[in-house]
Design a protein around this ligand. Structure first.
Ligand code: SF4
Length: 783
């Protein structure tokens, strides 16, 4: 933890810099690019019934979009307005009216014909609903009856047989904390959150490498660092205001490097709407792009380190920061031995990057005084996600890019609440203030005044699978209490997920809108509970951004869904009904009481109790974690981690597939067409040379398949590394196997080997395909 405090926002230069322009043609006319003005007008139109409230949310609230984080329209990095279309798109979730009675009464089969986008547009859930077996539609139920039914079921269950899950969109720290506490009070450690499917490996890896589970630096460190590396992250699309920070960085001479299988156009050039020069002529963002194979990142990082070790042999001190390593780093010899075991041929073929190109990046980093490494799901969503991130940390430790200005490790988060979820204890492996180790458990038990269960709770994917266990199994999932989330559209293999959801006795969906998972049958009942948004929450709420800035979002005056309740209140109500005799141990009357207790239970959050009005914020841990290289590990040093290069498990002729985001916010889709590359949702993004070898022309119907599923789409040629294809997420989940989890953090694997074929030839031979010729290849996949 650091002593230095964040120094606040800086000003952008006013004088234009034509060297950075993307095009001399004003507004990028004729280019494929987003139309921000048109998008903003559309949002204003969508919110026309509630414009004053929409304006108050934007100007007073903390953004419930991504975790870049902003309070009102001002951030802590740059002066000026901070606003993007992602925030504007999710705004409607907060301003829309209730679902019409006629829609709620629709036959369930009718509702099932609607996509989640159409369900979302129906409006807010107005009151508690229930649907039992044999019932063709939802019916209204009172809050009291709904809560009694859930409590009654819980009372009869071994706590290992129920589980909680919470999404991260719009959820506040107060809600996470209360849920984490209530789950343990009710005797279960089966509690998980959305970060399990996005950034859990980041936290796990950073903890083992440098002893912290969060970004070690600030966005401000991007501005003026020598090298800003985006690894498997399309920040320009998912955290759009980051492009403004990138512009500021470029004005200070920062080099931006993108490492990704696909040369993502959004990271290439961008028209930043709030910077006049950029809005007119665009800004060239990435200075260089390394198109790595999907899953080839560890080999690439080994290649960079191998170059460094070779440079050191020739010219000691030319690559590594020996002073930093000597004082602050463990494990150099082991790492060097491991890295040098691999030959260049292995490193090149696995990474897809030539030795010469690896040398370019190795030299660039070796000659730089500072660098910030930013990554996202391109690195985490692998069965070796934690190892991926450990290697990024290795690069930073070997060069001493840690704990000082313009240096650091930054897992950039997608959901506004995702950083806080684990830190508040809504996670099977952690409690507020630390892990489930006996020391932290004892400390938290003393604060909570009840015993915390000792058994290991299950991660979300395993909880779902537990629904299929035999009835007599002690972990057979019988009740799943979900706050938000839509597993059918986020987890691999939707058919399997549906089967699991149907096998649960009682499912509770606490949410603001319906989605496709809400409509799935359950064995005894599906109960739907209307939740408040963060802006309706009485007493306000806080959320933590990627850079550990804890922002207070006040309750904002506006229209209300009459029966919607604050989520932390619902959890307390549930706990008191299940264990009425101990209800005095689980009581919060006001959000302020929760913040007061968080400050005790999670010592990093000491300061949260003082956040009371709009604009209040503090950054936990100071400007730089591991300041001056001192890590909060047992010996104060960072650990270099040695790993094997994972094999890619794809045979000749197969492709590796990964998923990507288009115009969407997580699984919520806002347009069928990606404004950056004009790809439609069902397009299969592939390399033109690969396509030619298969006789596929652009726009041809093609089939992507393996033993897990089949995806039909149209071929679209893009600059993606040969041998790799990309499908939109979540549609592409049909070919992703379920049950393949990363060893350390339990994130599901979202990449796999597939066969790509023209649709007509696929259908011509489909009767014989599986039986006669592909079985061996198809069985190569891990199970
Ligand atoms: S970049 Fe993220 S935090 Fe900023 S306005 Fe957009 S969605 Fe909100």
């Amino acid at each position: 933890m650091g002593e230095t405090k964040h120094s606040g926002p800086v000003k952008l230069p006013l004088k234009p810099e034509p060297k950075l322009w993307a095009s001399k043609v004003p507004f990028g006319l004729g280019k494929v690019k987003p139309h921000h003005i048109r998008d903003m007008l559309k949002v204003a139109w969508d919110n026309k019934d509630n414009l004053p409230y929409a304006k108050r949310i934007l100007t007073q609230g903390v953004c419930d979009g991504c975790a870049l984080g902003v309070s009102g329209l001002r951030d802590q990095t740059l002066r000026g307005v901070h606003l993007c279309t992602t925030r504007l798109n999710v705004l409607r979730l907060n301003t829309m009216p209730e679902i019409k009675e006629a829609d709620l009464r629709r036959d369930i089969e009718d509702l099932r014909k609607l996509s989640s986008t159409e369900l979302r547009k129906l409006g807010r859930i107005p009151y508690p609903l229930i649907r039992e077996p044999g019932e063709g539609r939802f019916r209204r139920i009172t809050w009291d009856n709904a809560m009694e039914k859930i409590a009654d079921k819980m009372k009869r269950l071994n706590p290992k047989r129920f589980a909680f899950y919470t999404t991260s969109r719009g959820i506040t720290n107060e809600v996470y904390y209360t849920l984490g506490k209530v789950a343990r009070f009710l005797g279960t450690n089966n509690i998980d959150n959305a970060s399990r499917i996005c950034h859990s490996p980041s936290k796990t890896a950073l903890n083992r490498s440098v002893g912290v589970g969060a970004s070690t630096c600030n966005y401000k460190d991007w501005i003026g660092t020598d090298v800003l590396l985006f690894w498997g992250s399309v920040a320009a699309n998912n955290q759009p205001v980051s492009t403004k920070y990138m512009y500021a960085a470029k004005r200070k001479g920062t080099k931006i490097i993108m490492i990704n299988p696909y040369h993502e156009p959004a990271m290439d050039e961008y028209w930043v709407p709030s910077i006049p020069e950029s809005a007119l002529f665009g800004t060239k963002l990435a200075d260089d792009v390394y198109q790595v194979n999907i899953g080839g990142d560890i080999a690439f990082m080994h290649g960079i380190m191998k170059h460094w070790f070779e440079m050191e042999l020739e010219n000691p001190g030319s690559a590594l920061n020996h002073t930093f390593i000597k004082e602050h780093v463990n494990g150099l010899e082991d790492l060097q031995e491991k890295v040098m075991q691999y030959n260049w041929e292995q490193l090149e073929s696995t990474s897809g990057i030539s030795k010469e190109r690896m040398l370019e990046l190795a030299r660039l980093l070796a000659n730089s005084e500072s660098a910030v490494f930013v990554w996202s799901m391109g690195l985490t969503q692998h069965r070796f996600g934690t190892d991926n991130i450990s290697q990024v940390a290795n690069l930073a430790l070997l060069r001493g890019f840690l704990g000082r200005e313009h240096c650091g490790l930054m897992p950039i988060r997608g959901h506004s609440g995702v950083q806080g979820s684990g830190e508040m204890g809504a996670d099977p492996f952690v409690l507020p203030g630390g892990g489930m180790d006996s020391e932290n458990r004892q400390r938290v038990e003393n604060i909570w005044d009840f015993e915390i269960p000792k058994w290991q709770g299950d991660i979300v994917g395993v909880s779902l699978e537990n629904a299929l266990l035999p009835d007599e199994h002690e972990r057979k999932l019988s009740l799943y209490y979900l706050s938000g989330g839509n597993f059918l559209e986020t987890m691999p293999n939707p058919d399997f997920v549906q089967h699991c959801l149907e096998n649960i006795d009682l499912r509770v969906h606490q949410d603001i809108i319906l989605n496709s998972s809400t409509l799935v049958d359950a064995k005894e009942a599906v109960i739907v509970l209307p939740a408040m948004t963060r802006y309706e929450q009485i007493g306000g709420g806080t959320s933590t951004s990627t850079e550990r800035m804890v922002y207070f979002s006040p309750e904002i005056k506006g229209p209300r869904i009459e029966e919607a309740r604050c989520e932390w209140e619902i959890y307390i109500d549930l706990a008191q009904r299940v264990k009425p005799d101990e209800s005095d141990k689980i009581r919060f009357e006001h959000a302020q009481e929760i913040r007061d207790e968080i400050a005790l239970a999670a010592p990093n959050y000491n300061g949260i109790q003082h956040l009371k009005i709009r604009g209040d914020l503090f950054q936990w841990g100071g400007a730089w974690l591991c300041e001056d290289g001192v890590c909060p590990t047992a010996d104060g040093k960072g650990n270099l981690i040695t790993v094997e290069i994972p094999e890619l498990r794809k045979t000749e002729g197969q492709f590796y597939v990964t998923t990507r985001r288009g115009k969407q916010f997580n699984s919520m889709i806002y347009d069928e067409r990606d404004p950056f590359n004009a790809a439609d949702r069902d397009d299969v993004l592939m390399n033109e040379e690969d396509a030619q070898e298969l006789g596929i022309a652009e726009g041809n119907p093609i089939v992507v398949y393996n033993q897990y599923g089949m995806y039909k789409g149209l071929a679209k040629f893009v600059p993606v590394r040969k041998g790799n294809i990309e499908l939109h997420w979540p549609e592409g989940n049909v070919v992703i196997p379920q049950g393949v989890y990363e060893d350390f953090a339990g994130i599901p694997e979202y990449n796999t080997a597939v066969i790509v074929e023209k649709a007509d030839s696929f259908y011509a031979q489909k009767d014989t395909k599986y039986a006669e010729k592909r079985v061996e290849e198809l069985e190569l996949e891990p199970s």
